[in-house]
Design a protein around this ligand. Structure first.
Ligand SMILES: *[C@@H]1O[C@H](CO)[C@@H](O)[C@H](O)[C@H]1NC(C)=O
Ligand SMILES: *[C@@H]1O[C@H](CO)[C@@H](O)[C@H](O)[C@H]1NC(C)=O
Ligand SMILES: *[C@@H]1O[C@H](CO)[C@@H](O)[C@H](O)[C@H]1NC(C)=O
Ligand SMILES: *[C@@H]1O[C@H](CO)[C@@H](O)[C@H](O)[C@H]1NC(C)=O
Ligand SMILES: *[C@@H]1O[C@H](CO)[C@@H](O)[C@H](O)[C@H]1NC(C)=O
Ligand SMILES: [Cu+2]
Length: 559
């Protein structure tokens, strides 16, 4: 896989004929003291600073990030959310999947092509670590942006929930048998632009492209501008036919690019951002007073004028993003017979493990971390890599190369959950309304130009139908992007085109990180390199003691 990757880079840069550059970032991952909402706590930052920096590149550039783990007491690993990692499946970042957890004192390099313009973000993808602060925006600009004439300037607004305790403690408190209602930790606060707020200086008559990124661990957000609509041009870095929206809801990990015009000449325009905890938005009993974590920002036309008005929203009714249409008009992808080749139907429900601990399940099975990262198992188990047994309890689904894949999620919970796929943007063919029940089967009424996203909200007691073509060999996770639900096991693994993964090699620094951390990196889920279907040593029951990404040096443990 290494050689083809180099060739791909060369071809891309030649083909695009723009001056494709290499953009390099050096990230020392460090503990930092920060007080974004006035409450001081240790957070995980970069180069001894927090908020984490924004990565920026032009489309076609190669992004290189050198990640040096200087945390001392935790492992790490970085994911580039929304980047499909075409031919660079070993750069995707989830620890235990595409790489080993990087131990303190080790470094790994990520290198991938910024192949599609849009609004992305990066975050730790290692055992509940990103709510401690390790996340930031990743913006890929298009010098020939088709929307360029529509706006004058750009603004990034990040929103996230924020906790005053560290993730490890929060997850430990959640994963106890007494948590019979499967409650996630409730955020302490809302952060807008990581505490720097959103007083956006605007000039009357100018148009602004807002890149809204939800970096929450749990909460979704609703945004509304008083007396103004938002002209949405992209969702999750995918262009849509421009629509005008009064309110938008962004679930954890979702992004919207919209254009807003500074129409007023004399009053500053307030806008409301309210966090919701993914309750059923269509429930009329939820009034605005139930949204205590909210923030009022302003488009500031004249800083001498007051900014004390409030944007009052009496009810929330965000635009239904599943009804938008993709800008390029692509129809639902089908095989030559007009259908799909592989159906992956995932019933999500909360569940208890055999020790009575709260978990989240797909098809009654909770995801459990195995010893060998799944991509490394796919690379080193020969022709057995098409047998789901070799991967252990990671909810593996084998996809044939170029299969048309349809994922159906049935959500048996009453709350909405945002589901994210690595490695692809899927088409959202259908999304049931709240309480619509389980998927009734294929509909004749799929949109002729469904929107493409990397994260979709599935309504409470309802379903969603997603489709993509398996053209990107790799091991890709499909999971709820509520970080607490990931820690409860709400993840499935797609093993895409295992025939292409067999025998692939990995960069030496990635292997060195495995060795330094004492993580096995070949063989089946338990590291058996002789008999790949021998399941002895597999993790089949989640550990009752949750240690997150806490690091204990291998020589200090009894092995
Ligand atoms: C790791 O170190 C940080 C910073 O000193 C500290 O706040 C945190 O509690 C430590 N975590 C663990 C699990 O020891
Ligand atoms: C961020 O995502 C979370 C989780 O879905 C959601 O509850 C919250 O409302 C989102 N925030 C914004 C500002 O969209
Ligand atoms: C925003 O929060 C305040 C204080 O918690 C609350 O009084 C207000 O009703 C909230 N606004 C909305 C729209 O929920
Ligand atoms: C999950 O378990 C429930 C209850 O035992 C059962 O009714 C259901 O069919 C199971 N679902 C799957 C997909 O196995
Ligand atoms: C491999 O392990 C499986 C499961 O324990 C066993 O059935 C099989 O006989 C073993 N194969 C060989 C060649 O030892
Ligand atoms: Cu969830």
């Amino acid at each position: 896989m290494l050689l083809p990757r180099v060739q791909t880079l060369g071809l891309l840069s030649l083909a695009s004929l723009t001056r494709a550059a290499t953009v390099t970032y050096n990230f020392d991952v460090t503990w930092v003291w920060a007080a974004p909402d006035g409450f001081g706590r240790p957070v995980i930052g970069i180069n001894n600073q927090w908020p984490c920096p924004t990565i920026e590149a032009n489309v076609g550039d190669t992004i290189v990030v050198n990640v040096n783990n200087k945390l001392g007491n935790q492992t790490t690993g970085m994911h580039w959310h929304g980047i499909n990692q075409i031919s660079t499946e070993d750069m995707d970042g989830p620890a235990g999947v595409a790489q080993c957890p990087v131990p303190p004192g080790s470094s790994i390099q990520y290198q991938f092509v910024a192949d599609s313009a849009g609004t992305y973000w990066y975050h730790s993808h290692n055992l509940g670590q990103y709510p401690d602060g390790l996340r930031g925006p990743l913006i890929i600009h298009d010098p020939n942006d088709p929307n360029k004439g529509k706006y004058d300037e750009e603004v990034v607004i990040t929103v996230s929930d924020w906790y005053h305790e560290q993730s490890l403690d929060l997850a430990r408190d959640m994963l106890v048998p007494t948590n019979t209602h499967f409650q996630p930790p409730i955020p302490s606060n809302i952060l807008v632009n990581d505490g720097r707020g959103a007083y956006i200086a605007v000039e009357q008559g100018k148009k602004y492209r807002v890149r809204l990124i939800n970096m929450s661990a749990l909460a979704g957000l609703i945004i509304h501008f008083q007396g103004q609509s938002m002209n949405v041009i992209m969702n999750d870095a995918s262009a849509i036919n421009q629509i005008s929206a009064n309110q938008l809801k962004a679930a954890a990990a979702q992004r919207y690019d919209f254009i807003i015009e500074a129409t007023s000449s004399d009053t500053n325009i307030p806008f409301l951002i309210a966090l919701d905890t993914n309750r059923d938005i269509h429930n009329p009993s939820l009034d605005p007073l139930e949204w205590p974590l909210n923030y009022t920002g302003y488009l500031v036309v004249d800083s001498s004028k007051p900014t004390d008005a409030e944007d009052i929203v009496y009810f929330f009714n965000p635009d239904d993003d599943s009804k938008w249409t993709s800008a390029d008009g692509t129809a639902p992808i089908t095989n030559t017979a007009g259908g799909y080749d592989k159906l992956v139907e995932l019933d999500f429900n909360f569940c208890l493990d055999e020790n009575g601990y709260p978990r989240a399940c797909f098809n009654n099975i909770t995801y459990i971390d195995q010893q060998v990262p799944t991509l490394y198992t796919a690379a080193t188990t020969g022709t057995d890599n098409t047998n789901p047994i070799v991967y252990g309890q990671v909810n593996p689904h084998i996809l044939g190369e170029n299969d048309i894949v349809q994922i159906v999620v049935n959500n048996f919970d009453d709350a909405a959950h945002p589901f994210h796929l690595h490695g692809h943007q899927f088409q959202v063919l259908e999304r049931g309304l709240s309480q619509a029940g389980v998927w009734p089967g294929d509909s004749a009424a799929y949109s002729s130009a469904p929107p493409r996203r990397d994260t979709v909200v599935v309504n409470g007691g309802s379903f969603a139908v997603l489709r993509f073509k398996a053209t990107n060999p790799g091991v890709w996770l499909f999971h709820c992007h509520i970080e607490w639900h990931v820690e409860m096991g709400l993840t499935a693994t797609l093993i895409e085109a295992p025939n292409k993964l067999r025998g692939m090699s990995f960069p030496s620094d990635h292997i060195a990180a495995c060795e330094a951390g004492g993580t096995p990196y070949s063989g089946n889920a338990a590291g058996n390199t002789v008999n790949f279907t021998d399941t002895s040593g597999y993790a089949t029951v989640p550990p009752t003691e949750y240690n997150g990404c806490m690091y204990v040096a291998p020589e200090a443990t009894a092995r």
